[in-house]
Design a protein around this ligand. Structure first.
Ligand SMILES: C[S@@+](CC[C@H](N)C(=O)[O-])C[C@H]1O[C@@H](n2cnc3c(N)ncnc32)[C@H](O)[C@@H]1O
Length: 282
């Protein structure tokens, strides 16, 4: 039996989580691009401020030698440079560099190849750019980074029986240690949230970077995917989502009220805080 806390509130303040109490963070921060769709100006400094504030809290709550799995993508936009020239912006590395300044170290980088679902939906695909002529050709941008970080500190001691329960079978190990992960995006099929990752992403990361019974945190919970993955892997979890409109989706996605693993009913607690509101970025 595991427990899961869902807090509808701003993760720049994770007052419910004591210092050095979380073993693993798995998260996908909001995409700045949701703003462009509304034709708003691109304020990267404000966005990086949010990242800094949330990851300062992440650093506080993570145990020494704890891990952070950060799913982020680069973007193409004409709003970043003042000259309006459409460019590839290395946003993922801008986010990573902010996070590293807080004292984390990089452990590994994986590439998530999201498959080709997007083109079924008719959104811009491989014809993006100067098609059919050279010389402005972009990739179809259907991949993202997964940076794995560690908080330096004395090595975690894990009892042998817990290690045994968390063992990764040989075949899985071979699959998980491939540099590129081909996992189909689910975002096209979940209409109520624009930026969901498939449950296989957090599930795999939780199996790789935590032990059974650990506490996993997602400060940008969205539809609740990380909570679902924690339930499926026998870990406890805490998730923050600022926007109250996603609460019903979260309850459904985490299969609240249903038994997922053998054993007792998981405990699920939901708290709606006074700072819950529509978020700037999704
Ligand atoms: C990219 S989505 C995460 C999606 C999630 N991985 C999933 O599978 O559903 C980012 C989420 O962060 C939320 N968010 C933005 N700013 C936040 C903040 N300051 N505190 C908590 N959540 C925030 C957004 O509302 C959005 O749902």
């Amino acid at each position: 039996m595991t427990w899961h806390k869902i807090i509808i509130g701003d993760s720049r303040d994770m007052r419910e989580v004591p210092a050095e109490s979380v073993h693993l963070v798995v998260t996908s921060p909001p995409y700045v691009t949701t703003k462009f769709a509304e034709g708003q100006p691109f304020d990267v400094d404000e966005y990086l401020d949010l990242i800094r504030s949330v990851f300062k809290e992440v650093h506080r709550v993570l145990v020494p030698d704890g891990r952070v799995c950060l799913n982020v993508a680069d973007i193409h936009t004409k709003y970043y440079y003042k000259d309006g020239v459409f460019s590839h912006i290395p946003l993922a590395h801008m986010v990573l560099s902010e996070v590293l300044k807080l004292g984390f170290r990089t452990l590994e980088t994986f590439i998530w190849d999201k498959g080709y679902n997007r083109h079924l939906g008719g959104a811009p695909g491989p014809l993006f750019g100067s098609y059919p002529y050279p010389h402005t050709i972009y990739s179809n941008v259907y991949w993202e980074y997964i940076f794995v970080l560690r908080k330096p500190g004395s090595k975690r001691e894990v009892p042998k029986e817990v290690k045994e329960k968390s063992r990764i079978p040989y075949e899985k190990w071979r699959e998980y240690t491939r540099y590129i992960w081909r996992i189909e995006s689910e975002s096209e099929w979940i209409k109520e949230h624009p930026a969901v990752f498939p449950v296989d992403i957090p599930k795999r990361l939780i199996e790789m970077y935590s032990f059974v019974g650990d506490i996993v945190l997602d400060p940008f919970l969205g539809s609740g995917t990380t909570t679902l993955a924690a339930r499926l892997t026998g870990r406890n979890s805490i998730g923050y989502e600022i926007n109250p409109k996603y609460l019903e989706l979260i309850k459904r996605r985490i299969m609240m009220g249903q038994r997922l693993l053998l054993g007792g009913e998981d405990e699920i607690e939901i708290k709606i805080r006074e700072d819950a509101r529509e978020s700037e970025w999704v």
